[in-house]
Design a protein around this ligand. Sequence first.
Ligand code: ZN
Length: 246
Amino acid sequence: MLKIRYSFFGRMDGNFGVDEYIDELFPIVKGKMGPVFAPRANFTNRIVEMGEEDFPISQWIIGTRNEADGGIVSKPDQRIVLFNADCPLVAVLDQQTERFAALHAGFRCIIREIPKRSKAPRGPSIIHELFTRHKFSPNTSKAFVGFGIGPCCYGAAHWEEAKDLTFKFPVGRATRGSRCGQISFDLYTIIRSQLLEVGLREANISIYNRCTSCEMTDFPATLAYYSRCRDGPNKGRNAALFWFTK
Ligand SMILES: [Zn+2]
């Protein structure tokens, strides 16, 4: 049976991206696996297949020429790395076609902005894009979701959707951290509902819903999550490495 695998790295002392700290980040896996695919995430709904628009960054890291918040690979020795700082990440494995995707699922990747100058509707979520444009099959796919901030700490006062009473996703209040008392969204619930919407079976969705901001902080610094919400901007970054095995 095909399995989704992952490793998670947190760093508190550097706003690292793929071109910084990368050798330091993966001393164990470096040299022991095939190329690592590192999509250049920036809150889009674009997903790029490895090989489509490769931008070599080092001997073993392949970026993308254009911004993309998701990557697709199709061999077990190909890894995908995503960098985050509170946004949940989603890995999807289509067991029939043996295609594997990892998605950065920040709020604006899963809830697209309403275009301001036209009457066009919101664009599709990056999750919908995977199952429509990129043709992953909901019947044969399974998903892992994790490594993001919980509704306990997220807060949502910075989003216009928090003031929009017609916004259909459930809202609550943050109960911890610096945004305590603010309206808050549960990103994990939104992601889960979108995965169900495209047709994934509940049993094939696995959610690791620990919060980057209020959990995992008692670990040694190298294992702790960095949280933008908790620690402030540009002080750290997390990296998640995803792959699949047969
Ligand atoms: Zn929390």
